[in-house]
Design a protein. Sequence first.
Length: 366
Amino acid sequence: MAFRADDERFMRLALDEARKGLGRTHPNPAVGAVIVKAGKVIATGYHARAGTAHAEANALMLAGAKAKGATIYSTLEPCDHFGRTPPCTQAILDHGLSRVVYGSSDPNPLVDGKGVRRLKRAGLAVTGGVLAAECDALNEPFFKVMRTGLPFVTVKAGLTLDGKIATAAGQSKWITSEAARAHAHALRDRVDAVVVGAGTVVADDPALTTRIPGGRDAMRVVIDPQLRTKPTAKVYAANGPRVMVVTARPADSARARAFARRGVQVVTVSERKGRLELETALRALVKLGVLHLLVEGGATTTGRFFEAGLVDELVLFIAPKVFGAEGLSWVGALGVRQVADAPGFRVTGLEQVGDDVMLRVRPRKP
Protein backbone atom coordinates (compact mmCIF):
# COMPACT_ATOMS: atom_id res chain seq x y z
CA MET A 1 0.00 0.00 0.00
CA ALA A 2 1.32 3.45 -0.88
CA PHE A 3 2.40 5.86 1.84
CA ARG A 4 0.07 8.70 2.73
CA ALA A 5 1.08 12.35 2.91
CA ASP A 6 1.51 12.47 6.69
CA ASP A 7 2.94 9.00 7.25
CA GLU A 8 6.54 10.17 7.47
CA ARG A 9 5.65 13.07 9.78
CA PHE A 10 3.92 10.83 12.28
CA MET A 11 6.62 8.16 12.01
CA ARG A 12 9.20 10.79 12.96
CA LEU A 13 7.19 11.40 16.12
CA ALA A 14 7.25 7.65 16.79
CA LEU A 15 11.04 7.69 16.33
CA ASP A 16 11.30 10.47 18.91
CA GLU A 17 9.33 8.28 21.31
CA ALA A 18 11.53 5.25 20.63
CA ARG A 19 14.71 7.17 21.39
CA LYS A 20 13.50 7.66 24.97
CA GLY A 21 14.18 3.97 25.57
CA LEU A 22 17.60 3.70 23.93
CA GLY A 23 20.05 1.82 26.12
CA ARG A 24 17.34 0.67 28.52
CA THR A 25 15.41 -2.03 26.67
CA HIS A 26 17.95 -4.82 26.09
CA PRO A 27 17.53 -7.56 25.06
CA ASN A 28 14.51 -5.96 23.38
CA PRO A 29 14.63 -3.29 20.68
CA ALA A 30 13.74 0.35 21.34
CA VAL A 31 10.28 1.05 19.91
CA GLY A 32 8.02 4.09 19.77
CA ALA A 33 4.35 4.40 18.83
CA VAL A 34 1.95 7.22 17.99
CA ILE A 35 -1.85 6.98 17.61
CA VAL A 36 -3.46 9.43 15.18
CA LYS A 37 -7.15 10.15 14.55
CA ALA A 38 -8.54 12.70 12.12
CA GLY A 39 -5.03 14.01 11.58
CA LYS A 40 -4.38 14.64 15.27
CA VAL A 41 -2.12 12.77 17.72
CA ILE A 42 -4.23 11.36 20.53
CA ALA A 43 -1.60 9.23 22.33
CA THR A 44 2.08 8.27 22.28
CA GLY A 45 4.12 5.55 23.93
CA TYR A 46 7.50 3.86 24.02
CA HIS A 47 9.03 0.66 25.34
CA ALA A 48 10.86 1.56 28.56
CA ARG A 49 12.56 -1.73 29.46
CA ALA A 50 12.27 -5.48 29.00
CA GLY A 51 9.35 -7.02 30.86
CA THR A 52 7.22 -3.87 30.68
CA ALA A 53 4.50 -3.01 28.17
CA HIS A 54 5.51 -2.53 24.55
CA ALA A 55 5.24 0.87 22.86
CA GLU A 56 1.96 0.06 21.10
CA ALA A 57 0.34 -1.18 24.31
CA ASN A 58 1.43 1.93 26.22
CA ALA A 59 0.00 4.24 23.55
CA LEU A 60 -3.25 2.26 23.37
CA MET A 61 -3.61 2.38 27.15
CA LEU A 62 -3.46 6.17 27.03
CA ALA A 63 -5.80 6.43 24.04
CA GLY A 64 -8.47 4.14 25.50
CA ALA A 65 -11.79 4.22 23.62
CA LYS A 66 -10.55 7.09 21.45
CA ALA A 67 -8.37 4.60 19.57
CA LYS A 68 -11.37 3.08 17.75
CA GLY A 69 -10.99 3.77 14.01
CA ALA A 70 -7.59 5.44 14.47
CA THR A 71 -4.18 4.74 12.90
CA ILE A 72 -1.21 3.56 14.94
CA TYR A 73 2.36 4.32 13.85
CA SER A 74 5.05 2.03 15.23
CA THR A 75 8.78 2.09 14.48
CA LEU A 76 8.80 -1.72 14.48
CA GLU A 77 6.42 -4.33 13.11
CA PRO A 78 3.93 -5.26 15.89
CA CYS A 79 4.56 -8.58 17.61
CA ASP A 80 2.11 -11.49 17.57
CA HIS A 81 3.47 -13.76 20.29
CA PHE A 82 3.32 -14.10 24.06
CA GLY A 83 6.56 -13.33 25.88
CA ARG A 84 6.75 -11.46 29.14
CA THR A 85 3.91 -9.32 27.77
CA PRO A 86 0.87 -10.14 25.56
CA PRO A 87 1.04 -9.68 21.76
CA CYS A 88 0.61 -6.14 20.47
CA THR A 89 -1.57 -7.37 17.60
CA GLN A 90 -4.24 -8.46 20.06
CA ALA A 91 -4.23 -5.05 21.77
CA ILE A 92 -4.55 -3.35 18.36
CA LEU A 93 -7.53 -5.52 17.42
CA ASP A 94 -9.16 -5.13 20.83
CA HIS A 95 -9.08 -1.33 20.50
CA GLY A 96 -10.66 -1.36 17.04
CA LEU A 97 -7.96 0.49 15.10
CA SER A 98 -8.44 0.72 11.35
CA ARG A 99 -4.85 1.11 10.11
CA VAL A 100 -1.34 0.13 11.18
CA VAL A 101 1.82 1.80 9.85
CA TYR A 102 5.25 0.49 10.80
CA GLY A 103 8.85 1.29 9.92
CA SER A 104 11.14 -1.73 10.40
CA SER A 105 10.36 -5.36 9.71
CA ASP A 106 11.30 -7.50 12.70
CA PRO A 107 13.86 -10.27 11.95
CA ASN A 108 13.02 -12.04 15.21
CA PRO A 109 11.74 -15.49 14.12
CA LEU A 110 8.92 -15.13 16.66
CA VAL A 111 7.66 -12.09 14.73
CA ASP A 112 8.95 -11.93 11.14
CA GLY A 113 5.70 -11.01 9.40
CA LYS A 114 3.31 -13.00 11.60
CA GLY A 115 1.78 -9.89 13.16
CA VAL A 116 1.28 -8.20 9.80
CA ARG A 117 -0.47 -11.25 8.39
CA ARG A 118 -2.80 -11.47 11.38
CA LEU A 119 -3.75 -7.79 11.15
CA LYS A 120 -4.43 -8.03 7.43
CA ARG A 121 -6.59 -11.13 7.91
CA ALA A 122 -8.62 -9.14 10.42
CA GLY A 123 -9.30 -6.51 7.76
CA LEU A 124 -6.94 -3.75 8.91
CA ALA A 125 -5.01 -1.66 6.40
CA VAL A 126 -1.29 -2.25 6.99
CA THR A 127 1.57 -0.16 5.56
CA GLY A 128 5.20 -1.07 6.20
CA GLY A 129 8.60 0.43 5.43
CA VAL A 130 7.83 4.05 6.33
CA LEU A 131 11.18 5.71 7.16
CA ALA A 132 12.60 2.19 7.20
CA ALA A 133 16.24 3.32 7.07
CA GLU A 134 15.85 5.56 10.13
CA CYS A 135 13.89 2.91 12.01
CA ASP A 136 16.44 0.22 11.13
CA ALA A 137 19.33 2.43 12.27
CA LEU A 138 17.66 2.91 15.65
CA ASN A 139 17.85 -0.83 16.38
CA GLU A 140 20.92 -1.86 14.43
CA PRO A 141 22.38 -3.79 17.40
CA PHE A 142 19.14 -5.76 17.88
CA PHE A 143 19.01 -6.64 14.19
CA LYS A 144 22.63 -7.78 14.17
CA VAL A 145 22.06 -10.07 17.16
CA MET A 146 18.98 -11.56 15.49
CA ARG A 147 20.84 -12.22 12.24
CA THR A 148 24.30 -13.25 13.47
CA GLY A 149 24.14 -14.03 17.19
CA LEU A 150 26.81 -11.37 17.79
CA PRO A 151 26.45 -7.92 19.39
CA PHE A 152 27.06 -4.66 17.54
CA VAL A 153 30.58 -3.47 18.42
CA THR A 154 31.51 0.22 18.66
CA VAL A 155 35.14 1.10 19.32
CA LYS A 156 35.66 4.47 21.01
CA ALA A 157 38.97 6.28 21.47
CA GLY A 158 40.20 9.73 22.39
CA LEU A 159 43.40 10.51 20.51
CA THR A 160 45.74 13.20 19.26
CA LEU A 161 46.15 14.41 15.69
CA ASP A 162 48.95 11.89 15.25
CA GLY A 163 46.87 9.00 16.59
CA LYS A 164 48.22 8.71 20.13
CA ILE A 165 46.25 7.81 23.25
CA ALA A 166 49.04 8.53 25.76
CA THR A 167 52.47 10.10 26.02
CA ALA A 168 55.63 8.04 26.16
CA ALA A 169 55.31 8.20 29.96
CA GLY A 170 51.80 6.78 29.78
CA GLN A 171 49.94 10.01 30.61
CA SER A 172 46.50 10.32 29.00
CA LYS A 173 44.50 12.69 31.19
CA TRP A 174 43.19 14.59 29.51
CA ILE A 175 43.77 14.38 25.77
CA THR A 176 40.27 15.46 24.82
CA SER A 177 38.09 18.32 26.01
CA GLU A 178 35.43 18.17 28.70
CA ALA A 179 32.77 18.39 25.98
CA ALA A 180 34.21 15.36 24.20
CA ARG A 181 34.34 13.39 27.43
CA ALA A 182 30.68 14.20 28.07
CA HIS A 183 29.86 12.83 24.60
CA ALA A 184 31.81 9.69 25.46
CA HIS A 185 29.77 9.23 28.64
CA ALA A 186 26.60 9.66 26.60
CA LEU A 187 27.81 6.70 24.51
CA ARG A 188 28.19 4.61 27.67
CA ASP A 189 24.65 5.58 28.61
CA ARG A 190 23.27 4.05 25.40
CA VAL A 191 25.17 0.76 25.22
CA ASP A 192 24.63 -2.48 27.11
CA ALA A 193 28.26 -3.22 28.03
CA VAL A 194 31.62 -1.41 28.14
CA VAL A 195 34.79 -3.41 27.44
CA VAL A 196 38.39 -2.66 28.35
CA GLY A 197 41.56 -4.73 28.43
CA ALA A 198 43.68 -5.69 31.40
CA GLY A 199 46.29 -3.07 30.44
CA THR A 200 43.78 -0.25 30.80
CA VAL A 201 42.67 -1.50 34.22
CA VAL A 202 46.28 -1.80 35.44
CA ALA A 203 47.34 1.60 34.06
CA ASP A 204 44.26 3.74 34.77
CA ASP A 205 42.08 1.83 37.26
CA PRO A 206 38.87 3.14 35.62
CA ALA A 207 35.41 2.74 37.15
CA LEU A 208 33.71 2.75 33.71
CA THR A 209 30.68 4.50 35.16
CA THR A 210 28.48 6.94 33.25
CA ARG A 211 28.96 10.42 34.67
CA ILE A 212 26.20 12.49 33.08
CA PRO A 213 22.90 13.69 34.62
CA GLY A 214 20.35 10.88 34.46
CA GLY A 215 22.87 8.44 33.02
CA ARG A 216 22.94 4.76 33.82
CA ASP A 217 25.92 2.43 34.10
CA ALA A 218 26.33 -0.33 31.54
CA MET A 219 27.63 -3.81 32.25
CA ARG A 220 31.44 -3.80 32.63
CA VAL A 221 33.66 -6.35 30.90
CA VAL A 222 37.43 -6.80 31.25
CA ILE A 223 39.45 -8.82 28.74
CA ASP A 224 42.15 -10.33 30.96
CA PRO A 225 43.63 -13.55 29.52
CA GLN A 226 45.90 -14.30 32.49
CA LEU A 227 43.89 -12.57 35.24
CA ARG A 228 46.66 -10.10 35.97
CA THR A 229 44.25 -7.39 37.14
CA LYS A 230 43.44 -7.11 40.85
CA PRO A 231 39.97 -8.13 42.08
CA THR A 232 40.02 -4.92 44.13
CA ALA A 233 40.20 -2.67 41.03
CA LYS A 234 37.46 -0.04 40.73
CA VAL A 235 35.90 -1.71 37.71
CA TYR A 236 35.10 -4.77 39.83
CA ALA A 237 33.25 -2.83 42.53
CA ALA A 238 30.28 -4.76 43.87
CA ASN A 239 27.87 -1.85 43.50
CA GLY A 240 26.32 -1.14 40.12
CA PRO A 241 25.63 -3.42 37.16
CA ARG A 242 27.01 -6.86 36.44
CA VAL A 243 30.77 -7.21 35.97
CA MET A 244 32.48 -9.86 33.86
CA VAL A 245 36.09 -10.83 33.33
CA VAL A 246 36.98 -12.83 30.20
CA THR A 247 40.02 -15.03 30.63
CA ALA A 248 41.85 -18.13 29.49
CA ARG A 249 42.26 -19.26 33.11
CA PRO A 250 39.93 -22.02 34.37
CA ALA A 251 36.96 -20.73 36.34
CA ASP A 252 37.86 -23.07 39.23
CA SER A 253 41.43 -21.77 39.56
CA ALA A 254 42.38 -19.99 42.78
CA ARG A 255 42.81 -16.69 40.94
CA ALA A 256 39.40 -16.97 39.28
CA ARG A 257 37.73 -17.82 42.59
CA ALA A 258 39.09 -14.57 44.03
CA PHE A 259 37.14 -12.67 41.35
CA ALA A 260 34.04 -14.77 41.89
CA ARG A 261 34.09 -13.89 45.61
CA ARG A 262 33.84 -10.24 44.56
CA GLY A 263 30.69 -11.02 42.58
CA VAL A 264 32.52 -10.91 39.25
CA GLN A 265 31.36 -13.38 36.61
CA VAL A 266 34.36 -15.29 35.23
CA VAL A 267 34.00 -16.44 31.62
CA THR A 268 36.71 -18.80 30.39
CA VAL A 269 37.27 -18.98 26.64
CA SER A 270 39.87 -20.86 24.64
CA GLU A 271 42.92 -19.34 22.99
CA ARG A 272 44.13 -19.68 19.43
CA LYS A 273 47.70 -18.71 18.58
CA GLY A 274 47.96 -16.91 21.90
CA ARG A 275 44.76 -14.90 21.31
CA LEU A 276 41.50 -15.25 23.21
CA GLU A 277 38.56 -16.40 21.13
CA LEU A 278 36.74 -13.07 21.31
CA GLU A 279 33.79 -14.25 19.26
CA THR A 280 33.05 -16.90 21.88
CA ALA A 281 33.12 -14.23 24.58
CA LEU A 282 30.75 -11.99 22.59
CA ARG A 283 28.27 -14.82 22.11
CA ALA A 284 28.32 -15.33 25.89
CA LEU A 285 27.49 -11.65 26.31
CA VAL A 286 24.53 -11.95 23.94
CA LYS A 287 23.13 -14.71 26.17
CA LEU A 288 23.18 -12.14 28.98
CA GLY A 289 21.11 -9.73 26.89
CA VAL A 290 23.94 -7.58 25.51
CA LEU A 291 23.08 -6.10 22.11
CA HIS A 292 25.52 -3.17 21.87
CA LEU A 293 29.12 -3.32 23.06
CA LEU A 294 31.39 -0.29 23.53
CA VAL A 295 35.11 -1.09 23.40
CA GLU A 296 37.21 1.47 25.26
CA GLY A 297 40.34 -0.62 25.56
CA GLY A 298 43.88 0.39 24.77
CA ALA A 299 45.92 -0.46 21.70
CA THR A 300 46.14 -4.20 22.40
CA THR A 301 42.43 -4.75 23.00
CA THR A 302 41.41 -2.57 20.05
CA GLY A 303 43.86 -4.43 17.82
CA ARG A 304 42.40 -7.78 18.89
CA PHE A 305 38.90 -6.69 17.87
CA PHE A 306 40.24 -5.49 14.51
CA GLU A 307 42.10 -8.75 13.94
CA ALA A 308 38.97 -10.77 14.71
CA GLY A 309 36.88 -8.71 12.28
CA LEU A 310 34.42 -7.79 15.02
CA VAL A 311 34.37 -3.98 14.69
CA ASP A 312 31.15 -2.46 13.34
CA GLU A 313 31.80 1.21 14.05
CA LEU A 314 34.55 3.56 15.23
CA VAL A 315 33.86 6.74 17.22
CA LEU A 316 37.08 8.75 17.47
CA PHE A 317 37.45 11.97 19.44
CA ILE A 318 40.46 13.73 17.89
CA ALA A 319 42.12 16.48 19.91
CA PRO A 320 44.29 19.24 18.36
CA LYS A 321 47.46 17.95 20.06
CA VAL A 322 50.56 16.08 18.85
CA PHE A 323 52.58 13.65 21.02
CA GLY A 324 55.10 12.52 18.42
CA ALA A 325 56.57 9.12 17.66
CA GLU A 326 57.19 8.37 21.35
CA GLY A 327 53.48 8.43 22.14
CA LEU A 328 51.36 5.30 22.42
CA SER A 329 49.27 4.43 19.36
CA TRP A 330 45.50 3.92 19.72
CA VAL A 331 45.54 0.56 17.92
CA GLY A 332 47.99 -2.31 18.19
CA ALA A 333 49.93 -4.15 15.51
CA LEU A 334 47.79 -5.42 12.62
CA GLY A 335 50.53 -6.88 10.45
CA VAL A 336 49.88 -4.49 7.55
CA ARG A 337 52.78 -4.57 5.07
CA GLN A 338 51.13 -3.29 1.90
CA VAL A 339 48.81 -0.31 1.53
CA ALA A 340 46.29 -2.59 -0.16
CA ASP A 341 46.20 -4.76 2.99
CA ALA A 342 45.12 -1.93 5.30
CA PRO A 343 41.55 -2.09 6.63
CA GLY A 344 39.37 0.40 4.77
CA PHE A 345 36.67 2.62 6.26
CA ARG A 346 34.00 5.05 5.17
CA VAL A 347 33.16 8.24 7.04
CA THR A 348 29.60 8.34 8.37
CA GLY A 349 29.79 11.42 10.59
CA LEU A 350 31.98 14.42 11.39
CA GLU A 351 31.20 16.91 14.15
CA GLN A 352 33.11 19.47 16.19
CA VAL A 353 32.75 18.79 19.93
CA GLY A 354 34.32 21.48 22.06
CA ASP A 355 37.89 21.91 20.83
CA ASP A 356 37.89 18.41 19.35
CA VAL A 357 36.44 16.60 16.36
CA MET A 358 34.20 13.54 16.65
CA LEU A 359 34.71 11.25 13.68
CA ARG A 360 32.44 8.29 13.01
CA VAL A 361 33.60 5.65 10.53
CA ARG A 362 32.56 2.14 9.54
CA PRO A 363 34.48 -0.67 7.88
CA ARG A 364 34.03 -0.90 4.14
CA LYS A 365 32.27 -4.08 3.14
CA PRO A 366 34.41 -6.46 1.05
